[in-house]
Every structure is written in structure tokens, then in C-alpha cells.
Design a protein around this ligand. Structure first.
Ligand code: COA
Length: 540
């Protein structure tokens, strides 16, 4: 593979202006992530009380379990951002991938300093998403439980439906049956539904004095039976480890519990992080030839000015080496092979609108990767498929559908990063959330919506003018529609709006993209080869 010949003038004023604007975006991201860790109204008091009870903060708990010097990939850190009156930083739950004794695990850990660790609609979505990641990547799950259970005022949004509370228990039971260890440490209340997290676990540790499990807490017992009982007498560590057998181990302190958990992990017989099954072609990794930090200067501060996807690839892949596929045809989609932390991948990246030829080229390339068993990395930056008579005559609807069908049926691992716009059906063809990429991350400059705000404004005004009420609509009313739609689209296409709702697995700093994808690929490389799809390469 040849090294990409970069055309970027890193000394230009445009580069400097872009870089300055991007650094500001990254500063905002860091600040908001900091708020998730210890911010929010009344949180200082909650944190103080947590410490006063001798309890460890949620991220420190994870740190105490994971191997020293290994990374923890935290997922969807900004879930719930801008929702719940800004009273639920991170939706009160931390999920991510950490390494214990050399083996990667999914962590699901409640943050008891946020609404008593109770689960809001976005918390349950995050919990379930983490379990789905475990299922797809063959990972055991460690639950650090410290939760008030369902957030009762919003019970209709989190209790009854398929992927709600019940769905999390359904997944837990099935993950265990798949041979993926489900391990719980009980560090707080596990009431009602919450009791099933430890109860469905393969092995359970309770910490004396803080861990409690009961189907009905003391207030319910008092109301139902007239019994007045202390929480520890109803469901403490002593009761459950010595009498009921709901728990298997009891420790005196949290620190002791994490040591014991690490010992349990030594017995789970799981494949290590470094294990490679050999079906993903691998070579010794090398860093990109260009400075990864230059991505800041390449991404246009003005999203109407395009930037070249090849320049991003040059700062992401090993040695900046890239073997392009059909480089002289359908060039609004860049396709080609490269290595990411040693793993051979097929990269598909947008340079704006997807035309007929670009859709066919991408389809052909997806088929090639599927046939050769090469994982796919999608870098989305598109306003969607081309509209207009010429495009329709060329069959854009069927050509876009070919790409969508190829993505949907590819069984090799797929990973998606939103590096710019993710609009319209471009989101689908480029492996958006609906197409089940193993991980989907977004950059803080990204935008996601059916269409851009100004296009939506024009479409909706045209619909009103051409519709039944068109002749009675005044110019002032049209102006009000324009303003309302523009504001709505601008708000809803903001990356923080998207990440808050778990449309992605997290907003990431572009300079970390390579390392994060490398970690995700290493997870797939330890697995058996996925069953092949149709494997036919049709020339388009
Ligand atoms: N639904 C809604 N809010 C809840 C909640 C729940 N299930 N559990 C806790 N909270 C809220 C509290 O109202 C409080 O909110 P505020 O800070 O806005 O006043 C905050 O979380 C902290 O709760 P608090 O009771 O002060 O914390 P604690 O650390 O002393 O106790 C629990 C934590 C989880 C043991 C305790 O809150 C509890 O028992 N909660 C209810 C458990 C339950 O019955 N759940 C049913 C699930 S189906």
C-alpha cells in the first residue's frame, strides 16, 4: 500500500482558523464531560454524602477493578445531556469497556450521586445498549450496582416496552447462556426490579453495610405487612450471603470486593484482549505518517466548505498507507484498504453528495470486503444521495438501495464514525445506527438529520403553499413556519442532541478516533469468524 500524498498546507491561514475553531469545540466537549463527572445542581451535596458513607465514586470503582495502565473506553458519556432539567449527568450510569486480568469486559455501573442511581429512560437505553455491545463482541459484563431501580415518575418511558427494563433482564439471562460471564458487585440498594441484576448474575459479591437487595424495601413492607424493619435486616449482605444464598460472597469493604472480583475474573475462562483468532488479517501496527492533530485544521469550520476525506484517512490509518479502489470513478465516495492498529480494514468515506456512480462503487467495495472477510469502517460526511432529473434517470433510487442492501447484509464487523454531515438516506447507506454497526461514534462537528435546516425550511414552506391551506396562508405565517422549522432542525441536528439520545456510542475527540477504532477491532479479532453472507461480487 502506498503512503497518501497529502495536499494540506498546514501553514495556511484557513488551516489555522479551522484548527482554532476545532480546538474550541474540543474544549466544549471536555467541559461538558467534566460536568458529567462531578457537575449538576445539588450534585456537590450528593457527592459529599456519598463520600461520607465511605463509598467510592463510580469511575474510581471501575478504575479499581481494571488493570493498571489499561484504557477504559467510556461509552455515551453525554447521554441525557440537556434532558431531565439537566439534573441527570450521564443519565446516572457509566458504561464502557475495560480490561480485567487481560480480558475485556463491558462495565455497567450506576452513579448513585445522580438521582440515587435510579434509571431514567436514557439510563435504561444505555444499559441495554451496553449489553448489546457485549453480545455482539462476545464480552462478559460486570455490573457495579448502586441503584434506586426504575425512576418512578417516568415509569411509562422505561418499564413496559421491548427494550425497557424487562429487555435488560432478558438480555442478561441470554448473555449468561451464551457463556458470557455476568458478574455483580452490590454496592447500594437493589430494590424491586433492581434486585434482578444481581439475582440474574452468575456470581455475586455484596459489600457489608452498603449493599442491599430486596423485592420490596422497608416502606413497602411497612405498607403491605405492617412490619417495621431495618434495611440490612431485610436484605443486607449478611442475610443474603449466609441465609438466602442470593449472594455468593461478602466483603467488608469496597476495595476488598474489587480484589475479589478480579480473582473471580481469573476463573471465567474468557479470551484475552490480545488473543487473535486469525481471520482478520493483521500486521505489526505503525503510526500514521502525518500528525493526527492536523485533523483539526482540515475539518472546515464552515460546514458549507467541503474537506477531503482522503486527508482524514491519511491521519487515521497505519503508516498513512492506503490502497484506493476505483480512485478514478465515483470520486464522491472514497473506498480503499488500509490498516488500523494492524488490522486490515475496508474504508468507505464520503466527499459530499453520493451520486449514482459513487453508490455503485461503494456497493461493489462492500461486496469485496464481505467476500475477503475484511471489516468495514464508514466515515460519514454526506448530505445524502443526489436528487434531480439526471440523477433519477440514472437510477439513484435503485443504486442507493443496492448500497443500503449491501450494508445491511454484510456480516463482517462494521464501524461508523460521523466526521461531518449525516443526512437523509446517506445515513443508511453509510451504515447509520439502523444498520447495526458494532460501534458508532461521532465527532463534535457532526450533524445528523433527514436534511439540512435550510432545505427543510424550503420543503415545508412549499408544502404549505401547495397544500389545501396554501391560498389562505399569509407571508407572516410562512415566515413563522420558516423560523420554527429552522430552529427545530438546528437544535435537533446538533451532535449533543444526538448523543444525549444514544443515537451514537459517544462524541469523541477526532485525534482519538484511530485508537478507539483499533480497540474495537481488537475485540472483533478475538472472536470466531462471523458466518459469511452471500459473498458474491457483482460488477455494478
Ligand atoms: N425513582 C425516582 N427517584 C428516585 C428513585 C426512584 N426509584 N430512587 C431514588 N430517587 C431519587 C430521590 O428522590 C432523590 O432525589 P432528589 O435528590 O431529587 O431529592 C435522589 O434520588 C437520592 O435519593 P435518596 O433516597 O436521598 O438517596 P439514598 O442514597 O439515601 O438512597 C436509595 C438511595 C436508592 C436506596 C433510595 O433512594 C431508595 O430506596 N429509592 C427507591 C427504591 C425503590 O423503591 N425503587 C423501586 C424500583 S422499581
Amino acid at each position: 500500500m502506498r503512503v497518501i500524498d497529502s495536499r494540506i498546507d498546514t501553514g495556511s491561514s484557513a488551516f489555522a482558523a479551522n484548527a482554532a475553531a476545532y480546538r474550541e469545540m474540543v474544549a466544549v466537549l471536555r467541559e461538558r464531560q467534566g460536568w458529567v463527572i462531578d457537575g449538576g445542581e445539588g450534585r456537590a451535596r450528593q457527592i459529599e454524602r456519598h463520600h461520607a458513607r465511605g463509598k467510592v465514586m463510580v469511575r474510581d470503582r471501575i478504575d479499581l477493578v481494571t488493570d493498571d495502565g489499561t484504557p477504559f473506553l467510556e461509552l455515551s458519556m453525554l447521554s441525557g445531556w440537556g434532558q431531565y432539567d439537566d439534573a441527570a449527568p450521564g443519565a446516572g450510569i457509566v458504561t464502557g469497556i475495560g480490561i480485567v486480568g487481560g480480558v475485556p469486559y463491558v462495565f455497567i455501573a450506576n452513579d448513585a450521586t445522580v438521582k440515587g442511581g435510579s434509571l431514567l429512560p436514557m439510563s435504561i437505553k444505555k444499559h441495554v445498549r451496553a449489553q448489546d455491545i457485549a453480545a455482539q463482541n462476545d464480552l462478559g459484563v460486570i455490573y457495579l450496582v448502586d441503584s434506586g431501580g426504575a425512576f418512578l415518575p417516568l415509569q411509562d418511558e422505561l418499564f413496559p416496552d421491548k427494550d425497557h427494563f424487562g429487555g435488560s433482564f432478558y438480555r442478561q439471562a441470554r448473555l449468561s447462556a451464551q457463556g458470557l460471564p455476568q458478574l455483580s458487585v452490590v454496592l447500594g440498594g437493589c430494590t424491586a426490579g433492581g434486585a434482578y441484576v444481581p439475582a440474574l448474575s452468575d456470581e455475586v459479591i455484596m459489600v457489608r453495610g452498603i449493599g442491599r437487595i430486596f423485592l420490596g424495601g422497608p416502606p413497602i413492607v411497612k405498607a403491605a405487612l405492617g412490619e417495621i424493619i431495618e434495611p440490612d435486616d431485610l436484605g443486607g449482605a449478611e442475610l443474603h450471603t449466609r441465609e438466602s444464598g442470593v449472594s455468593d460472597h461478602m466483603t467488608e469493604t469496597e476495595h476488598e470486593a474489587y480484589g475479589l472480583l478480579r480473582e473471580i475474573c481469573e476463573t471465567t475462562n474468557q479470551r484475552s484482549f490480545d488473543h487473535r483468532e486469525g481471520w482478520i488479517d493483521w500486521a505489526e501496527p505503525e503510526p500514521p505518517a502525518y500528525d493526527v492533530g492536523e485533523i483539526y485544521g482540515i475539518v472546515s469550520a464552515d460546514d458549507r466548505i467541503p474537506f477531503d476525506a482522503t486527508e482524514i484517512i491519511a491521519r487515521m490509518v497505519d503508516g498513512s498507507r492506503f490502497a484506493p479502489f476505483k480512485p478514478s470513478w465515483g470520486d464522491s465516495v472514497v473506498c480503499g484498504f488500509a490498516r488500523l492498529w494492524g488490522h486490515l480494514v475496508g474504508v468507505i468515506a464520503n466527499n459530499g453528495i453520493i451520486f449514482n456512480e459513487s453508490a455503485l462503487k461503494a456497493t461493489h467495495f462492500i461486496e469485496l470486503c464481505e467476500q475477503r472477510r475484511v471489516p468495514l469502517v464508514f466515515l460519514q460526511n454526506t448530505s445524502g444521495y443526489m436528487v434531480g432529473r439526471d440523477s433519477e434517470v440514472g437510477g439513484i433510487a435503485k443504486n442507493g438501495a443496492k448500497m443500503v442492501a449491501a450494508v445491511a447484509n454484510a456480516t463482517v464487523p462494521k464501524y461508523t464514525v460521523l466526521i461531518g454531515g449525516s443526512y437523509g438516506a446517506g445515513n443508511y447507506g453509510m451504515c447509520g445506527r439502523g444498520f447495526d454497526p458494532r460501534f458508532l461514534f461521532a465527532w463534535p462537528n457532526s450533524r445528523i438529520a433527514t436534511m439540512a435546516a435550510d432545505t427543510a425550511e424550503t420543503v415545508l414552506v412549499d408544502i404549505r403553499v401547495g397544500g389545501m391551506r396554501g391560498s389562505e396562508t399569509t407571508e407572516a405565517e410562512l415566515e413563522a413556519i420558516r423560523t420554527e422549522i429552522r430552529q427545530q432542525y438546528e437544535t435537533q441536528s446538533d451532535p449533543y442532541y444526538a448523543t444525549s439520545r444514544l443515537w451514537d456510542d459517544g462524541l469523541i475527540d477526532p485525534v482519538h478516533t484511530r485508537d478507539i477504532l483499533g480497540l474495537c477491532l481488537a475485540l472483533a479479532a478475538r472472536q470466531d469468524e462471523p458466518p459469511p453472507g452471500p459473498g458474491i461480487v457483482y460488477r455494478m
